[in-house]
Design a protein around this ligand. Sequence first.
Ligand code: CP
Ligand code: NVA
Length: 309
Amino acid sequence: MNKDLISGFDLSVSDINAIFSLTKKLKRKKISKALSGKTVGLVFQKPSVRTRVSFEVGARQLGADCLYLAPQDINLGSREPIKDVARVLSRYLDAIIARTFSHTHILELARYAKVSVINGLSDLYHPAQGLADIYTLIEKAGKCKGKKLVFIGDGNNVVHSLAALSAKLGLNFSLATPKGYEPDKKIWAQALSIAKKTGSKIEHGYDAKAALKGADFVYTDVWTSMGQEKERKKRLKDFRRFQINAKLLKAVGKKYSIMHCMPVHRGEEITDDVIESKNSVVFDQAENRLHVQKAVMALLLKQQVKSKK
Ligand code: CP
Ligand code: NVA
């Protein structure tokens, strides 16, 4: 495994398999000593429920100590150069979990930190979310190869992470967005080129109904991500035909599960009846953040010990 987890593209298929196999064990046996004597720090520029709590609780369940550094504590990117923060924190901590606005902040932290940096969401990626999502999908469907995951909404950080992991694992991934909300061109091209080798079908279009046909899993996320609040009014208008509701879901034509990374904006990207329906696996996704991230931390830190020897 690489030193850091910045995006799903950093992981080989065998890394992902190792993460999922350890996740399975850790899900059965909550407490372990894998990180005993370690200290993990969370450096966050944005609010969080799931990422903050699951990393913090996960680190503690593995025997580590954990520090949460809120946006106003570190003031990452404005109080002092990020390269200095990275080198100082590396003298105290064994891993840094960072949530930033700009992806370049995560890259700079990782470049200068001696310890592992885990991306806890940036404007481009949310790899820990993507891993927990695919783990959940495999729990529900038994496998991911050949299954169809459909994402309706914004071509955002969650989409980029799902595309990277789907391409690697042979999961078919169909995305429908409004015009002007396509995924990042370079990231999409990277996913397509991996998919060519693995046989995964990765597609993007503008027709939600067409994308939904034959879906095994239907995923959506907020229309206005953190940091885009000024665009909210325009986005509400541009996305209105992309709401996941009972009528749109008729296009699936078979049994499916509903996924969402949460937080949910009921009545915007998804209706309350759909998110609360028996098809919804959103709380399993949220729970699996804890188990998957414990596996990621345990594997990255074990590797650090080996590389210091
Ligand atoms: N899904 C997710 O990352 O949630 P938080 O923003 O609450 O961490
Ligand atoms: N796309 C959302 C994900 C939240 C977990 C955001 O970046 O705000």
